[in-house]
Design a protein around this ligand. Structure first.
Ligand SMILES: [Zn+2]
Length: 464
């Protein structure tokens, strides 16, 4: 089973996972991850593995496989891939988002980069370990290898890793985790992004109080829609403090920009002046250095001839390390200014940011695997600006990295655009680089029985 075969298996599995259209619309009835689990159960048939399936809510299945290592004291590793995808707006797509067509070496479809590509590669690598590779040595990991194909990551993981963490932690009990998302090259070396942490989140709503009245006499009315619109505008204009994290400092330094621009990007007083120079990375650069507040859901009014007395605005807030609920409240009050007299801030949900150390044995193994594809590459530890299942592990002190290896056609700007965007796709070269790197990481980190390997290898040589 050579590496081309790993690619072929990954491609075929990815196509099936895309075609299953496990779209998570944010409702308990959506997701349909049971289709993905069925596909994976068939995939693991005959491998000798016995996957466990959990179903916290009808249809919301996750599948977990554990290959026990030979040495209970050796560190264990989990490959955690979500199987749900976000909805599409088909009108914006050039191809059918759920057909998984391959055109000129590129596979198109929802989930191709977020993150069915990785979930497929994890499954292929896990099965390869279980089967051993015909014609080569059988690899027996010293530490446990866990593959978890999990539901509901795209809506907070309540039916996925969140549920497993609470109800079946035994299934995902490991020392290290790999998950989404990383692998985009940056700068000349290049530097390959590895997500070592991510921002935290807070959900808040603004309840806007006006006074109801007749739509025929708007002059002087306290129209909740109008107040809400002004609140949304103020929040959109609000800047908040610019914070240079160690990860952003490293990222800005790796971009290969001229010295002055690079210096300005890590200077809170000059950041906005240099921001346009980051081109397609502007949104990412801004979010990497700011606690962001995005007013995403606005509701007001019921009837065309009635001035609404109430409105609500839901805010998606992503916090930098060190920012707590009090700071969030402070930013909102500062942004809203005197409008606060018409507004109540509701909600108290808060999840703090999470960060894994890079001084681990696994991180070194990741670097080695990346250098097979890019011999001069450095790893670029990044702080993710969105959420992943990695946070559930990091918060329990388990290092979790977002890892992959993408081809030279990628940069982080393209990566961000295709995430949840139109025309999501991945080139097969990136799929190959990723599955080969993961295969190497698993074999090296879980350290096989070397003497057995040599013995088997010599037997194979004799017999061939
Ligand atoms: Zn994802």
């Amino acid at each position: 089973m050579g590496s081309s075969s790993l690619l072929q298996q990954t491609t075929e599995l990815l196509q099936e996972l895309v075609r299953n259209a496990a779209v998570n619309e944010g409702t308990p009835e959506s997701g349909h991850e049971h289709r993905q689990v069925r596909t994976l159960q068939r995939f693991f048939e005959g491998s000798g593995l016995d996957p466990v399936v959990v179903e916290p809510h009808p249809g919301r299945q996750s599948l977990i496989v554990r290959i026990e290592g030979t040495d209970p004291s050796a560190p264990s590793l989990a490959l955690v891939g979500h199987t749900d995808v976000v909805p599409v707006e088909p009108a914006g797509w050039e191809r059918d988002p759920f057909a998984a067509e391959i055109v000129d070496g590129v596979l198109w479809g929802r989930g191709a980069i977020d993150m069915l590509n990785l979930t497929a590669a994890y499954a292929v690598v896990t099965r390869a370990v279980a089967l051993g590779a015909p014609g080569t040595a059988r690899f027996r990991p010293r530490g446990d290898l866990v593959f978890a194909a999990v539901a509901d990551e795209e809506n907070g993981s309540r039916f996925g890793v969140g549920w497993l963490t609470e109800h079946r932690p035994d299934l995902i009990d490991v020392d290290y985790v790999l998950t989404e998302s990383g692998g985009a090259p940056a700068g000349p070396l290049p530097s390959i992004g590895v997500m070592v942490g991510e921002k935290g989140g807070a959900g808040r709503s603004l309840r806007v109080h006006g006074a109801p009245g007749h739509g025929s006499a708007p002059w002087g009315a306290r129209n909740a829609s109008v107040i809400a619109a002004e609140a949304v505008s103020r929040i959109a204009r609000f800047r908040g403090p610019t914070v240079i994290t160690p990860q952003w400092r490293e990222y800005a330094g790796a971009l290969g920009l001229d010295a002055d621009t690079a210096a300005a990007l890590v200077d809170p007083d000059r950041f906005f002046e240099a921001l346009p120079a980051t081109g397609g990375l502007q949104g990412f650069a801004h979010a990497s250095t700011h606690t962001t507040i995005s007013p995403n859901v606005v509701r007001a009014g019921e009837k065309i001839n009635v001035i609404p007395g109430e409105a609500t605005v839901q805010l998606d807030i992503r916090v930098l390390p060190g920012v707590g609920p009090d700071e969030v409240e402070g930013y909102l009050r500062e942004a809203l200014g005197d409008l606060i007299e018409h507004i109540e801030i509701e909600g108290d949900w808060f999840g703090e940011s999470s960060l894994s150390p890079t001084s681990t044995a696994l991180f070194d193994v990741l670097r080695g695997a990346v250098r097979r594809a890019y011999p001069r590459a450095e790893l670029l530890p990044m702080l993710g600006i969105g959420g992943t299942d990695g946070r559930f592990f990091r918060r329990r002190g388990i290092p979790a990295y977002g890892f992959g290896v993408l081809s030279e056609t990628w940069d982080y700007g393209k990566f961000r655009t295709l995430f949840h965007g139109n025309n999501e796709r991945i080139d097969l070269e990136s799929l190959r680089l990723t599955v080969e790197a993961l295969d190497q990481v698993v074999r090296e980190f879980l350290g096989g029985d070397a003497s057995g390997e040599r013995r088997l290898a010599s037997i194979t040589e004799e017999s061939s």
